[in-house]
Write a protein that binds this ligand. Structure first.
Ligand code: ATP
Ligand code: MG
Length: 579
């Protein structure tokens, strides 16, 4: 534990230096350099990028990198009219839904980006893509194949063996045109025929061994309904959609590197209005996150979580509900940068960015998670109340102060009291003194227990001379948070921890085995400062000495907020204890 936490500190220190270095030398990444050069040399007047999600799931933290890159470049070149399109790559009706389209839009806006009027769907281009497929057939560059999926795979060969040509490869243009038309009209069943590009079955790059351009799928499409029963493949649709939209730089992740020759072959062999350039970069892969949409869908369907926006999910909507600020996610993307090298990003770097941001923006509140009652025995007994003035945010001079009423009975955290403390314990124990934050120092005089021997109340005295100043004759080292017993209201808190126990859950045989059983702990009856009663969904706070918390946007009701822990504060006592 000790080694682990020291390790995290070392790593964090390194990250901080990295982040600083990154800020100070504002050297462009290789993609931004290419874009800037292309504008400077006059190759392009401006930059047109796109973010092309497939609407088959919610966006995850990895997608944020691509969003920040594509929309970021457009922002940086806005003076030359640069823009970034949002294009839904909806070429596979089997998995796509309108729910996802709306969720994706919301997430991009939340991250702070705007596609303005440039919202497109690959399905808008089905007519054009079909016409270009006919063009390829007419030029003898595409053919209808009767091999089934398994046979196509078998004929493709391998990295060490050339592929075998399909017996249907030499069909003449007329026959191909007629068959393709019949495919479109619905004369065949799913998988009975496909349209393939005629390139080279012996090519070293398997993607060029007559890739499939169209397949038959009798499925309703979320936008085109039953109009089509043939759908273009990703490889065929993507580059052509880029070309139609006038995309100058088509940025994608490294696994598409081997698809680039095909991307180029298609734009070179079709009468497209422009030839976009595909450039690949490394994915963002934070540790302890499971990101594949397929897996995320399993988590939802098998009810390990209560939806795509569950705060345990790696989705942007989950992180939003958990309280991660969009600025922290943008900051992470900026810190990791854009390169061609696959690597993982320590989740500590993300959590650091979240704390940094929330430290600046979140108001401080006092909340007692596991309360124990403290009665101040020498408090004036005539219903005396004093208003204590608390700082809302020491990092923000505009955040002001608030008042908390002290009236002789408070709750403090059970863990801030120890009957038999070790040395150097600076919190409350019999005979010891602590400060109530923003208020007086109290001394524990008596410990009240029930029949089972549990501590149920602490009787303390306060020193009226210690408001806002330290006692002159002795040192009081600890300060604990508290809430007034009569005014506090009760609310539930959900403590979230990492969802998975291993750094790379995707590498496990079964991600289910790597789930953290303590990823969610529900606390009820937490005592809150009265001002929190009207906290609004999405609002984030620092619960002093505890962590950052956000009002849940799904289950909170007016006057009864539910709080999600975004991220804990580092607890120095926890570290000492483990030593
Ligand atoms: P996944 O494989 O994680 O389920 P995907 O790549 O299939 O996601 P798409 O909807 O195709 O999801 O992705 C949209 C865009 O986001 C693509 O350009 C893709 O390259 C990019 N992207 C996806 N994952 C990451 C990531 N981890 N880091 C950076 N960009 C990513
Ligand atoms: Mg994909």
């Amino acid at each position: 534990m000790e080694v682990a936490s020291r390790f995290v500190c070392v790593i964090l220190a390194r990250f901080k230096t990295m982040a600083k270095q990154h800020e100070s030398n504002s050297k462009k990444d290789f993609i931004r350099e290419i874009v800037a050069d292309d504008i400077l040399s006059g190759k392009h007047e401006t930059a047109v990028t796109r973010f092309p999600p497939e609407p088959n799931g919610y966006l995850h933290i990895g997608h944020a990198k691509s969003i920040c890159l594509n929309f970021g470049i457009a922002q940086e070149h806005s003076n030359s009219g640069a823009r970034c399109h949002l294009r839904f790559d909806d070429t596979n009706p089997a998995k796509e839904e309108t729910e996802y389209v709306e969720a994706i839009k919301e997430d991009i806006r939340w991250l702070g980006f705007d596609w303005k009027e440039h919202l497109y769907f690959a399905s808008d281009y089905f007519d054009q893509l079909h016409a270009w497929a006919v063009h390829l057939i007419s030029e003898g560059k595409a053919y209808v194949d009767d091999l089934n999926a398994a046979e196509i795979r078998e004929y493709r060969g391998s990295l060490t063996e050339p592929g075998k040509e399909s017996p249907y490869r030499e069909r003449d243009v007329e026959e191909n045109l007629a068959l393709f038309e019949r495919m479109k009209l619905g004369d065949f069943t799913d998988g009975e025929k496909v349209l393939r590009a005629k390139i080279d079955m012996a090519h070293a790059n398997l993607n060029l061994r007559d890739p499939v351009l169209y397949r038959i799928l009798h499925k309703k499409h979320h936008r085109t309904g039953d109009l089509w029963c043939i759908y273009p493949t990703y490889d065929y649709a993507h580059g052509q959609s880029d070309a139609i939209e006038g995309i100058t730089h088509s940025l994608c992740t490294l696994e598409f590197e081997h698809h680039r020759p095909l991307y180029d072959w298609l734009v070179n062999n079709l009468p497209v209005p422009l030839r976009p350039r595909q450039i690949e970069f490394a994915k963002l892969r934070p540790t302890f996150f499971l990101m594949s949409k397929r897996r995320l869908l399993e988590m939802v369907r098998e009810e390990y979580v209560d939806g795509w926006d569950d705060p345990r999910m790696a989705t942007l909507s989950g992180l939003r509900r958990r309280g991660y600020p969009p600025a922290a996610i943008r900051s992470l993307c900026k810190t990791v940068g854009v390169t061609k090298f696959n690597s993982v990003t320590d989740v500590a770097l993300l959590e650091h960015a979240v704390r940094e941001e929330l430290n600046k923006t979140a108001q401080r509140r006092m909340v007692v998670m596991e309360p124990i009652k403290v009665s101040i025995t020498n408090w004036p007994s005539d219903g005396h109340v004093e208003m204590m003035s608390a700082v809302n945010n020491p990092e923000d001079s505009n955040a002001g102060r608030r008042e908390i009423a002290l009236s002789g009975e408070v709750f403090i955290e059970r863990s801030d009291f120890m009957e038999d403390p070790p040395k150097k314990y600076y919190r409350l124990s019999p005979g010891a003194e602590v400060r109530l934050r923003y208020s007086y120092c109290i001394r524990c005089e008596e410990v009240i227990k029930n029949d089972e021997g549990d501590v149920v109340e602490l009787r303390c005295t306060y020193d009226p001379e210690t408001l806002g100043k330290n006692p002159v004759d002795r040192k009081v080292r600890g300060a604990v948070h508290w809430v007034p017993a009569n005014e506090a209201f009760e609310a539930d808190v959900r403590l979230y921890d990492r969802t998975f126990l291993v750094e790379d859950p995707a590498a496990e045989d079964d991600w289910r085995d790597a789930l953290n059983p303590d990823a969610l702990t529900e606390l009820t009856g937490c005592k809150m400062e009265p001002i929190l009663k009207n906290a609004l969904p999405g609002e984030c706070f620092q619960f002093e000495r505890n962590g950052y918390f956000c009002v849940d946007s799904k289950y909170s009701v007016p006057g009864k907020p539910l709080f999600n822990r975004t991220v804990p504060l580092r607890d120095s006592w926890g570290k000492k204890q483990s030593k």
